[in-house]
Ligand binder design. Sequence first.
Ligand code: PBG
Length: 324
Amino acid sequence: MNIRPRRLRRTQAIRDMVSETRLSPSMLVYPVFVREGKNIAEDIPAMPGQKRWSPDTLPRVLEQAARAGIGGVLLFGVPEHKDPEGSGAWAEDGIAQQAMHVAKKEFPDLTVIGDVCLCEYTSHGHCGVLKGDTVDNDPTLDILAKTAVSQARAGADIVAPSDMMDGRVGAIRSALDGAGLQDTLIFSYAVKYASAFYGPFREAAGSAPAFGDRRGYQMDPRNVREALREAQLDVDEGADMIMVKPGLPYLDVLRAVKERTCVPVGSYSVSGEYSMIKAASANGWLDEQRVVSEAAICQARAGADILITYFALSLAEWMREGKL
Ligand code: PBG
């Protein structure tokens, strides 16, 4: 008897031949922040290497995305004006809608995903409209649905509701269908935890809640069965794809959701994951390329069909160079 698993690891060629996890640029989604103004490409201090683009400079980064052959870009609008209802979210000339027009005009083949949420647009920074001090679920659904329709009309191929209101996927699906937008897909943030890892994003998008937190609508990190329930509901309401967020700290959730649903599943490696790796690498404490590659592999191994990551452009380049 001479059973030796090590034999399968003898050479790189053999390791590649028997690899259980294979990544490709087409599975990557790159989140991009778009702000109002002209000729702006503004650094985001808490996310080194990421910028807020104005609609006229946006093509610069979209060109990189298109050239990298990645699956798509996820657009976040950072508006100038905010109000209690988040009316900028569904304005025909809102910042996200402007970005979508630009993207579709300049790069018609690049898949455009619109983040659908109100927190960037509300003066109080919550993801829905308020009744007293709490988010009022049902009146928020209409607003989210209007937002999704306006994004689809502006050119979004996919809308991605990230608000975590109950029933929003169904509301968005029927509004899209009612507007003749049957082909617009819904990529639902079905399983989104109330996470401190979103810190840098809230700086980037100016979307920190003015009071309280999001624990009344986002999920409790202690729960996984609840994730399966959320995922199933979204699938039943018509989600075409779903995601788990954050990424690396929630691999057990990703695996469970993948095993129990039959739609494509994404893993969103969030701003805090990005900033941690950036900060440690800048100090020489971690090897950025190796850590980012390993993190991507681990999410794919755990079940992610799609990886949403601020490292998408770097990952695509490393894949092209055969480093991953
Ligand atoms: C909007 C939204 C958030 C993120 C994606 N969409 C912030 C939040 O829920 O507070 C976080 C993304 C990241 O941290 O990279 N609701």
